[in-house]
Design a binder for this molecule. Structure first.
Ligand SMILES: NC(=O)c1ccc[n+]([C@@H]2O[C@H](COP(=O)([O-])OP(=O)(O)OC[C@H]3O[C@@H](n4cnc5c(N)ncnc54)[C@H](OP(=O)(O)O)[C@@H]3O)[C@@H](O)[C@H]2O)c1
Length: 264
C-alpha cells in the first residue's frame, strides 16, 4: 500500500533531504514551503528518480490560518497523511530588544504554532487508522537556556517537550512522535540567521547524515534523537542547574553572536 508524507520546509536544507530519503523509501510526498520554484524542481526530481507522486503546496506557515489552508490543500489532493514532518523553521539571534519583533512573531508561528496546528490536522486520522507518525524538528538549542537566542531556543525547547509528551500519550495506539534535535547542520539556516558564528559547539554535519539518523530513530521509535556524538554529548552533558548560573554562562558563550548581529 502506498504511504504519503507531508514535509514542511521542503524547499531547502533538512526538509528537502527528508523528502529525498522518504521518496527513496517509496513514500509519496507533499512538499510545503513558500518558494514555489524550489518545491516544483524537487517534486520533479523525486518523481523522476523514485517514481513517486510528489505534490507541492505553496504556503507561508507564519500565517494564522496556515494549517487550515494546508489541510484544505491536502483534502483537495485527496491525500491521506501517514507521516508529517514538521521541519519548517528559522532562527533569530542577538540582543532581544534589538531583534525585529515581527520576525520573532513569525518565528513562533512557524516553529511552534503551525507545528501544533498541523499535528492537530493529521493526528485524528492517524489514530482512527491505528498507524502514522509525526516528526518534529527541534534543536540542541532546545535543551538549554539560550541567552541571545531567547526566542529561538525557547521555541525549540517547546518542540522537544511537546513531542516527547505526545510520544508518551500515543503509546499503544500504533501512532508515534519523534523529536529530532540537530546540532549545527550544513544548510542555509545560518545564512538566514545572518552569522555562522551562531554555530556554537557541536560538529557541523550534513543534512544527509542528519536525516538518515532521524529515520533510523523513527524506525526504532526512539521518542527523540540528537544525531552526531559531539552534539549528543553537548545536549546531555551540559549542566542544567543551577538555572541562573546556566543562563549567565550561556550569555558569555553567545556574546560573539550578539556583537555580530546586534552591535551595541
Ligand atoms: N541547520 C542547522 O544547523 C539547524 C540546527 C538545529 C535545528 N535546525 C532546524 O531545522 C529546520 C530546517 O532548517 P534548515 O537547517 O534546513 O534551514 P533552511 O535551509 O533555511 O530551511 C528552512 C526551511 O523552512 C522553510 N520556512 C521558513 N520560514 C517559513 C515560512 N514562513 N513558511 C513556510 N516555510 C518556511 C523554508 O522555506 P521557504 O523559505 O521556501 O518558505 C525552508 O524550506 C528548522 O526548523 C531549523 O530550526 C537547523
Amino acid at each position: 500500500m502506498r504511504r504519503t508524507a507531508v514535509v514542511t520546509g521542503a524547499s531547502s536544507g533538512i526538509g528537502a533531504e527528508f523528502a529525498r530519503q522518504l521518496a527513496a523509501r517509496g513514500y509519496d510526498l507533499v512538499l510545503v514551503a513558500r518558494t514555489e520554484p524550489a518545491l516544483t524542481a524537487l517534486a520533479a526530481e523525486l518523481t523522476d528518480e523514485h517514481q513517486v507522486r510528489a505534490e507541492v503546496v505553496v504556503q507561508d506557515l507564519a500565517a494564522p490560518d496556515a494549517a487550515a489552508r494546508v489541510s484544505d490543500a491536502l483534502t483537495a489532493l485527496g491525500v491521506t497523511v501517514d507521516l508529517l514532518v514538521n521541519n519548517a523553521g528559522f532562527g533569530t539571534a542577538g540582543r532581544f530588544a534589538q531583534i525585529d519583533p515581527g520576525q520573532e512573531h513569525d518565528e513562533l508561528m512557524v516553529n511552534v504554532v503551525t507545528l501544533v496546528d498541523l499535528t492537530h490536522v493529521v493526528l485524528p486520522g492517524m489514530l482512527a487508522r491505528g498507524s502514522g507518525a509525526v516528526v518534529n524538528i527541534g534543536s540542541t538549542a532546545g535543551f538549554n537556556i539560550g541567552p541571545h537566542f531567547a526566542t529561538y531556543a525557547s521555541s525549540k525547547a517547546f518542540v522537544l517537550n511537546f513531542t516527547l509528551a505526545l510520544w508518551s500519550e500515543l503509546r499503544g495506539t500504533g501512532v508515534t512522535a519523534l523529536a529530532v534535535a540537530p546540532g549545527p547542520v550544513r544548510t542555509a539556516f545560518f545564512d538566514r540567521l545572518g552569522t555562522r558564528k551562531a554555530a556554537i559547539g557541536g560538529r557541523m554535519i550534513t543534512p544527509e547524515r542528519l536525516v538518515a539518523a532521524a529515520l533510523r530513530a523513527l524506525d526504532r521509535d526512539r521518542g527523540y534523537v540528537v544525531p552526531g556524538a559531539s552534539n549528543f554529548a553537548m545536549a546531555h552533558l551540559m549542566p542544567r542547574r543551577p538555572r541562573k548560573l546556566v543562563a549567565l554562562l550561556g550569555r558569555r558563550v553567545t556574546s560573539a553572536v550578539a556583537d555580530a548581529l546586534t552591535p551595541r
